[in-house]
Design a protein. Structure first.
Lengths: 365, 325, 480
């Protein structure tokens, strides 16, 4: 397991870490601070969204609490031209790539089945609620990049790569295996980022796999590496390296980020029914933000910075709350529009029928 | 310019034209490259257009459809081949949960110009899973378009029109007709992609079907003619959406409708047509709409397929019942 | 302001609403937090432990209460900032999703939730819950499954009813416009449609059973459809033995039919009748609309369900009644005496494949309307089957011949030998008639009758025919 930052927040010095440290040394102080702000804002709005659900404003919310480092590090490692294919818990990545957090809320509230335009949000694709399906879409996209010749030219600034995100549960889905097969066979410029948060709702990862998940990569003919997913520096460095290798024509690879889903699967779930508090507590002790605070303090960051970040997170969340309460219901046109790209007689007929039917009912002025 | 071609060759010509006309068109599937497909529909195309444009995939239907979706995101127009009708089901989730819903989920910001070609139907004496008629599952899925040509001419034109569509199209090819020859007019498309068509005029009973069934309907009509009964035959061509206008006009003339298909009858496309025509042309009906279908059982061993699948006699039995009202 | 939506207020609404507040939210007096569905389809929860009490200051997201749902123990964070004014549900109580559980008075600050948002959420929930309610099966995530809709949404009286009367089929509107069956119901009776014939399957079957050609029937249904009555009316007037095609002459120059059997008998009877009794014929046109209505009501009556009811039945009853008032028309001439019969053996001329026969119903004066109908029906069937016996043809006292079934207006019938009166019933069809000074379409028929002038003079003949006509005009006179 690759770890650059210990649980206490000190940089590791072993050989494995040494291989990746140059990626960290290349980062400015501002970037390192940005990692913190990303994580803190994410955790704060994640809590706010959970509260909003408990107040009846959202149908459900899948919390990302505990997985901030895995997501922030890998997201910051991606380049602007890269395409990212998430599952449904990668809120930090969404934010980093430019998705308006309210658009994720709209999805969880039942106002939209999508929420944003990937082309305007750093190529961060829509959430996919069928587990693992996005792995194939990502692979197909990567195949397309290869066909276009926009990868493997040797220019890291312009060559494209694709990152597919999924969890430990999804690795059991056939689509994920098929994606790995296709990626290997077509030498796709793709990184498979596996957030192993130890649980698929109530089923522990040992039921998904009898071997560490990163070892599967070798079975499919590609490199695999396991990292401490709660270490934002490792997450950044390892992802950066793998993405650049992928975009250099070296083919697909897999990163397994060991992390923990501190919260429930979604707000409908009750982890107390299947998990021990002691286990959760042990992972809280390895919290990604706590160790990073130690790291930054060690680098001289003072209370002012942390207080400002906390305020920023509070303001961000208050704004989320305000804008969530302002959301309006979608028009019924949403049912019919855009089901097809080209005109379709059934859509026209049924849309008109609904309009006539609604008009025929007694109702409000 | 017209040429007599088998349906498989007409498809080949249509695919060739599509590949030549648009560099974004790709063909992908199992064994479609050097082998040219198990039915030779893609014969010679990889040699002509190269491995970038026409390529073999790993043996994974879900993978084929899923990566095609990714390629569509990237701006390509993938034409997937599913080797046999019975093997479409591993890809069913990607087709129904993803391909069909992607444009709607993106609120119109992306198009999914993916064609899924599926050889389907019986009458080839094959083993299990190689003679299915699963069109209804896809006609029942909003977001997809479903078509099936019955002649080489339709095959040549409809495959190109399906590829040109910005929507996902399930393209069902009647494999028992792959080697039947017919004239292909290279100059002009016969009809819009989703138009149904009267292929034989008559006055007493209307027969409706698609794909390989159209040939059987024509046989039945010919036999009925000898008995003095005038039958009108309509080729559906499109299963979703269905072009009802010619069917309604025909029923207003004949008052009797029989719908035939190879698929089992319960909860089928024929049932949908019966319900819609009954509702729309109620006062024109002299008899209830009758369906001629295969039985509600799995496709039996091939030695029983001629009993299982509707033939001209079964169709005429229904015609007689309709006329008895 | 609380939402002005007409949709039924939902017990499912997880929103809060403000009372007595202005749009700008300057002063908000009280907000209620209603129990939300916290777990994708939960319907209720138990209040386990309150963490605040009235008078406490609370901030947004501060934990207010612990609740227990079917799935888990959940803490609810406050949506409001302000002072707790009332705890609305006690610990230990289980309440439905949507029940107000606590009220908090909010201050001026922007912590107060925007009204527009909450109202709209209510609207969303309403429409969602309306769809999911009574079925119990469609669970929309987050909004619970408990139905609450107590009443059906009202329908507008007119206007859009036409469009809403069809189901959302796949048919493009282009087709709907051309098919008559999809047109909205017109308010007036339409003229007979050229084509196609509009008739529902049961009517088509009835027409087939009665051998009625639907294309010849005048429809009177509101939407232009042929009704059951239309078919029956046509059947009672239509011919039973109409030529279907024009037969070819064949190659022979002449066809020679031997005079024998029934043909010879008919000829003999006609000659004896026509050239012994001096025939006089009278005619009267009569408005038969009320008879047609009466026939229709009898047909709809369960009492007459088993028998064929037609205008001929009423004419028969009328003739029997008229005979009582004019007995000499029900008589027989012999050279020495006129035998006036005090019974009626009612004859009905029947065209059969073998020729004309006149079976009669014995003692018809004793029969009720129902029995008479039954007897006529039986007589007709027997005649059609060619099984009428000589006894059934003998002893008739008066006869009716129904030439209306052939579409004839009237005629000059020849007396059945041994009788002195015969009435010809013509076709009953709609014609212009003057009613209350206005020209109206009424069912009109011509009654024609021939009499033996040796027995019946003009005045008796006229009175008899007028009596029959008066019944046809007003069947209620039979109650006499």
């Amino acid at each position: 397991m690759v770890q650059l930052l210990s649980t206490e927040g000190t940089l590791q010095t072993d050989d494995t870490a040494a291989e990746y440290l140059p990626y960290i040394e290349a980062l400015s102080d501002d970037v390192l601070r940005q990692f913190y702000r990303d994580m803190v804002i994410t955790r704060r709005f994640d809590l706010e969204a959970t509260n909003l659900q408990r107040q009846g404003q959202l149908a459900l919310w899948p919390p990302s609490h505990g997985q901030e480092a895995a997501q922030v590090g890998s997201a910051r490692a991606a380049r602007a031209q890269d395409h990212l294919f998430p599952s449904y818990r990668e809120h930090a990545i969404a934010l980093i790539r430019g998705v308006d957090i309210v658009d994720i809320v709209r999805l969880m509230r039942g106002v939209t089945n999508g929420g944003w335009d990937p082309a305007e949000c750093g190529n961060f694709h829509l959430y996919t609620l069928v587990l693992g399906s996005q792995a194939l879409h990502a692979t197909g996209y990567a195949m397309g990049i290869t066909l276009d010749g926009e990868t493997g030219t040797g220019d890291l600034e312009t060559d494209s790569a694709v990152m597919a995100y999924f969890g430990d549960g999804a690795t059991s889905q056939g689509d994920v295996s098929e994606a790995l097969v296709f990626a290997a066979s077509f030498n796709a410029p793709e990184v498979f980022f596996l957030q192993n948060n130890q649980w698929a709702i109530s089923v522990p990862v040992r039921v998904q796999s009898r071997t560490p998940l990163y070892l599967r990569a070798g079975g499919f003919g590609m490199p695999g590496v396991q990292i401490d997913g709660n270490d934002v520096l490792a997450s950044y460095a390892v992802t950066r390296k793998n993405l650049d290798e992928a975009r250099s024509g070296q083919g697909p690879r897999l990163i397994e980020a060991l992390t923990y889903r501190i919260g429930a699967h979604t707000t409908s779930d009750d982890p107390t029914k299947y998990r021990l508090d002691a286990e959760t507590a042990s992972w809280v002790a390895k919290d990604p933000i706590t160790r990073y605070v130690s790291y930054l303090r060690g680098r001289g960051e003072g209370d002012d910075f942390f207080a400002a970040s906390a305020t920023e997170a509070e303001d961000f969340s208050a704004d989320l709350r305000r804008r969530t309460l302002e959301l309006v219901a979608p028009s019924t046109d949403l049912i019919f529009d855009n089901v097809y790209s080209e005109p379709h007689p059934v859509m026209d007929v049924q849309k008109k029928w609904l309009a006539d039917y609604e008009a025929s009912l007694g109702g409000t002025a | 310019m017209t040429e007599e071609l088998p349906l498989a060759k007409a498809l080949n010509a249509g695919l060739r034209k599509a590949l030549a006309d648009d560099p974004k068109v790709l063909l992908m599937g199992e064994d479609i490259g050097p082998l040219g497909g198990v039915f030779r529909v893609t014969e010679g195309l990889q040699a002509e257009f190269g491995e970038r444009r026409v390529f073999d995939t790993p043996l994974a239907e879900s993978g084929i459809i899923g990566t095609a979706i990714g390629l569509a995101f990237r701006g390509y127009r993938p034409v997937c081949e599913i080797q046999f009708d019975g093997f479409i089901f591993p890809g069913f989730d990607q087709i129904t949960s993803q391909l069909a819903k992607m444009t709607s989920r993106h609120e119109g910001r992306v198009i999914m110009p993916v064609v899924v070609r599926v050889p389907y139907g019986g009458h080839i004496g094959a083993v299990e899973h190689h003679q299915e008629s699963p069109e209804a599952y896809f006609a029942h899925t909003p977001g997809l378009r479903v078509v099936s040509p019955s002649t080489p001419n339709d095959a040549y034109w409809m495959i190109q029109e399906a590829i040109a569509s910005d929507d996902p199209v399930m393209f069902f090819e009647p494999k028992s007709r792959y080697w039947s020859k017919g004239p292909v007019n290279f100059s002009a498309s016969p009809s819009p992609l989703h138009a149904s068509r009267v292929v034989r005029t008559g006055t007493e009973v209307t027969l409706v079907g698609h794909g390989a069934m159209v040939t059987v309907l024509m046989q039945a009509a010919e036999l009925a003619q000898n008995e003095g009964t005038s039958i009108e035959v309509i080729d559906l061509r499109s299963l979703s959406p269905i072009d009802y206008a010619p069917i309604i006009a025909s029923v207003q003339k004949t008052g009797r409708l029989v719908v035939a298909s190879e698929a089992p009858g319960s909860v089928s496309i024929s049932a949908e047509i019966a319900a819609t025509v009954t509702e729309t042309a109620f006062y024109s009906l002299e008899a209830p709409v009758l369906r001629v279908s295969s039985f509600d059982t799995p496709f039996p061993p091939a030695k029983l397929e001629t009993v299982f699948l509707p033939d001209a006699d079964r169709i005429l039995e229904a015609v007689d019942r309709a006329l008895a009202y | 302001m609380p939402t002005a939506s007409s949709r039924p207020s939902t017990a499912l609404s997880p929103t809060s609403f403000c009372t007595n507040c202005t749009r700008k939210g300057i002063i908000v007096t009280s907000s209620e937090f209603t129990l939300p569905d916290v777990g994708e389809g939960l319907t209720e929860a138990e209040i386990v432990a309150w963490k605040v009490k009235p008078g406490d200051e609370v901030t947004i997201n501060q934990v207010l209460v612990e609740i227990e749902t079917a799935k888990s123990l959940v803490e609810l964070p406050s949506p409001f900032a302000g002072t707790v004014t009332a705890i609305l549900v006690a610990e230990g109580q289980t309440v439905d999703v949507g029940t107000p559980i606590i009220s908090v008075s909010s201050g001026v600050d922007d912590a107060a939730p925007a009204l527009g948002g909450t109202e709209i959420v209510a609207e969303t929930v309403d429409s969602a819950s309306l769809q999911s309610s009574d079925t119990g099966s469609a669970v929309l995530v987050g909004y619970g499954i408990k139905g609450h809709v107590a009443s059906r949404r009202s329908r507008a009286a007119t206007g859009k009813a036409a469009a809403a009367s069809t189901s959302p089929t796949h048919i493009a509107s282009g087709i709907a416009a051309s098919a008559p069956e999809v047109a909205p119901r017109p308010s007036s009776v339409p003229a007979a449609s050229a084509s196609p014939v509009i008739a529902k399957p049961p009517i088509r079957k009835l027409a087939k059973d009665l051998a009625v050609n639907l294309s010849e029937v005048t429809p009177t249904g509101l939407a232009g459809e042929i009704t059951r009555e239309d078919v029956v009316r046509q059947a009672s007037q239509g011919t039973l033995f109409r030529n279907i095609e024009t037969p070819a002459w064949g190659s022979d120059r002449e066809e020679r039919i031997p005079v024998k059997g029934v043909r010879k008998a008919i000829a003999t009877a006609m000659v004896s009748s026509a050239f012994s009794a001096p025939h006089v014929s009278l005619f009267v046109d009569v408005d038969a609309t009320r008879t047609m209505e009466f026939v229709r009501r009898l047909k709809d009556s369960t009492d007459f369900a088993g028998v064929k009811v037609s205008p001929l039945l009423i004419v028969a009853k009328a003739m029997i009644w008229a005979v009582r008032r004019n007995p000499t028309v029900n008589a027989q001439w012999t050279d020495t005496e006129i035998i006036v019969k005090h019974y009626v053996n009612f004859g009905i001329a029947a065209a059969t494949p073998r020729g004309l026969i006149v079976p009669n119903i014995k003692e018809a004066q004793e029969l009720s309307l129902h029995q008479l109908a039954s007897a006529i029906g039986q007589l007709t069937i027997t005649a059609r089957d060619g099984k009428t016996s000589p006894a059934e043809q003998a002893g008739g006292t008066i006869t009716v011949t129904n030439i209306g079934v052939f579409g004839m207006d009237t005629g000059t019938p020849i007396l059945n030998p041994g009788e002195v009166a015969i009435l010809a019933l013509g076709t009953i069809r709609q014609k212009p008639w003057v009613v209350d000074g206005e020209v109206r379409a009424r069912f009109v028929t011509t009654l024609g009758a021939s009499f033996d002038h040796r027995v019946v003079d003009g005045d008796v003949a006229s009175r008899f025919l007028a009596d029959v006509a008066s019944i046809i005009e007003e069947p209620a006179l039979l109650l006499d």
